[in-house]
Ligand binder design. Structure first.
Ligand SMILES: Cc1cc2nc3c(=O)[nH]c(=O)nc-3n(C[C@H](O)[C@H](O)[C@H](O)COP(=O)(O)OP(=O)(O)OC[C@H]3O[C@@H](n4cnc5c(N)ncnc54)[C@H](O)[C@@H]3O)c2cc1C
Length: 561
């Protein structure tokens, strides 16, 4: 096995290698779908390249509700097969990445006159456990109103009849993508971010590769491939039209937005499932350290996937829904620390169906010229989606040159990098002995799992690296080096958003930490002063765009920590 480290050095080598010699498989898109495919294919010994036009996970895969879940909601739409498969995948992912996927208890309170009556919820809960073959982390329990009040005293008391206590799992979506790509790289995949498939190669009418443009240097390379996969999520119809100008849309895009607020403002300890009083949709209030995030909306949005943002109406909907269940919170836009929005790439079916009623199943399409497109699906089911797609790739490669069809690898048992320790929290005392605070030790283990000691070891050589990136926060300076050298962080936003998450959970969205981190990146990545300034401006722009929905005062500056 090759090393799983990804960096600017491996990126340059990967781009050269994929241009120098044809690959078997070119995967376009480095969200969870493309990452899963690259991992499955590389583990089968297929010579694989995977490229993303921006950072890995910068699309939908870092804008999710971060749940690895059976999908209680899908019981209402009768998607039992999806719930069954998702429940199995929840078990698998808890096993292969215990640092990135962890069990989460949920309360689903029931009120007199609610859209989902208690009998229906009871039946649904039983079915949910049954579809998990009664092998969920724990079975559900039914709580009286008094027991519910004891567990979540801030929940609305009026008309409360009780609650279901059940279990799902939460994940770090962006890090799950990175870990999956590192596993792919360890198995030999060529991996590059900021590498756009600018056009498809069709020398004889068949898709034979793509022109890949390096978004950092501007250089364009021709990458030849026996099979090309379009795993570009909400962008996939655009690439399909490059293949065939009159391709009918495969997707219906709906926007899902989240807002994050200080957890103390709501005062909850469990994840809470609720039905919005505004339209009866199922939504969540979810804990994330000292932050809570509320999501999500589900609104048709046929716009440009690059321009998707939370709107003021999304914020109003989310805060009003949460306030109806947590009346003491009285949340207003001024409480919002961060917002994020992504586009669900739902498979287009009847336009008459509401967005929430459209199935979350995926579809695989092969065009007349051989482009394989995979669309729809969920973060939770990415591994099985990948296996199904790579079976098709293996068959195509067999037809192309007679090689044996590579069997499916044990992606359900092969642990992701950092997931080698089944109980990563046991590492925390050793990290504390090496000088990490309790918060830092917990944070390092959550992000890096069994690799956390390696992050801390960097500070052994240079104690300055043990210092916090921002005062009062658990992230330490050593992590900047680590994410550049192990996780291919190429830009300031890559570090502050998808790797360290300050954008989503620090009170100032990482604006205070941005200048010192940019300075460090300048040293590590060889930037000049102009590039450093441009990166800072780009990051500030990113924060401002995410806050535009909160009104002009919020854009000027987020609340202090
Ligand atoms: C609001 C919301 C909440 C969700 N919550 C959950 C949840 O809690 N649990 C769950 O299981 N699922 C959830 N989902 C679904 C899940 O997030 C998606 O199914 C999944 O992230 C899709 O991944 P993807 O790789 O297909 O797409 P993306 O993550 O969007 O990746 C596509 C990638 O393709 C790249 N790309 C586009 N064009 C090109 C090109 N020409 N060249 C190179 N690269 C290109 C993009 O830059 C992008 O990174 C949620 C979805 C949304 C929108």
């Amino acid at each position: 096995m090759a090393d799983s480290a990804l960096s600017h050095v491996t990126r340059a080598a990967a781009l050269s290698a994929m241009a120098a010699e044809p690959v078997d498989l070119l995967v376009i898109g480095g969200g969870i779908t493309g990452a899963g495919i690259a991992r499955d294919a590389a583990l089968r010994g297929i010579r694989t390249a995977v490229v993303d036009k921006g950072d890995f996970a910068a699309g939908t895969s870092s804008a999710s509700s971060r749940l690895i879940h059976g999908g209680l909601r899908y019981l209402e739409t009768g998607d039992f097969r999806l719930v069954f498969e998702s429940s199995r995948e929840r078990r698998v992912l808890l096993g292969i990445a215990p640092h990135l996927v962890w069990p989460l208890p949920f309360l689903f309170p029931v009120y007199r006159g609610a859209r989902v009556p208690p009998w229906k919820l009871r039946a649904g809960m039983w079915l949910y456990d049954a579809l998990a073959a009664f092998r969920n982390v724990h079975g559900h329990r039914w709580l009286s109103a008094a027991a519910t009040r004891r567990l979540e005293p801030q929940l609305r008391d009026r008309d409360l009849r009780g609650a279901a206590l059940y279990y799902d799992a939460q994940t770090d979506d962006a890090r799950l993508v990175l870990a999956t790509l590192r596993s792919a790289a360890a198995a030999g995949a060529l991996v590059a971010n900021y590498a756009e498939a600018a056009s498809l190669l069709k020398p004889d009418g068949r898709v034979r590769g793509a022109v890949v443009r390096d978004a950092i240097t501007g250089e364009a390379r021709t990458v030849r491939a026996l099979v090309v996969v379009n795993a570009t999520g909400p962008w996939c119809d655009g690439l399909r039209r490059q293949d065939r100008a009159d391709a009918a849309p495969l997707l219906r895009l709906t926007r899902g937005a989240h807002v994050a607020v200080p957890r103390a403002r709501i005062g909850h300890s469990h994840a809470v499932t609720l039905t919005s009083p505004l339209d009866g949709r199922v939504m969540f209030v979810l804990p994330w350290g000292d932050v809570s995030y509320i999501g999500t909306t589900d609104i048709d949005d046929p716009g440009d996937p690059d321009a998707v943002r939370t709107t003021a109406a999304d914020v109003t909907y989310l805060l009003r829904s949460a306030n109806a269940y947590f009346p003491n919170a009285r949340l207003t836009p001024a409480d919002v620390i961060a917002t994020w929005a992504g586009l669900r790439a739902l498979v287009a079916t009847s336009p008459q169906r509401t967005a929430s009623a459209v199935s979350r199943e995926h579809v695989i399409e092969e065009s007349a010229s051989g482009l394989l497109t995979i669309a729809g699906g969920k973060l939770t089911t990415y591994r099985t989606m990948a296996a199904e797609l790579v079976d098709r790739v293996a068959a195509r490669l067999h037809d192309a040159d007679g090689r044996p069809r590579a069997p499916a690898p044990p992606t359900d048992r092969e642990r992701l990098p950092g997931g080698e320790t089944a109980r990563p929290d046991v590492l925390e005392p050793a990290l504390r002995e090496q000088g990490a605070s309790a918060e830092t030790a917990e944070h390092l283990v959550r992000c890096y799992g069994s690799e956390a000691p390696a992050v801390l070891n960097r500070a052994k050589r240079n104690r300055v690296l043990l210092g916090p990136i921002a005062e009062g926060r658990p992230e330490i300076r050593a992590e900047v080096e680590h994410v550049v050298e192990r996780e291919m962080a190429m830009r300031l936003g890559d570090v502050l958003m998808r790797r360290l998450h300050l954008f989503w959970q620090a009170g100032d969205q990482g604006l205070g930490a941005a200048p010192p981190v940019a300075r460090k990146l300048r040293e590590l990545l060889g930037w000049d002063a102009e590039r450093e300034a441009a990166e800072l401006a780009a990051y500030r722009g990113e924060v401002a765009r995410a806050r535009a929905c909160l009104g002009p005062a919020a854009v000027a500056g987020p609340p202090a920590d």
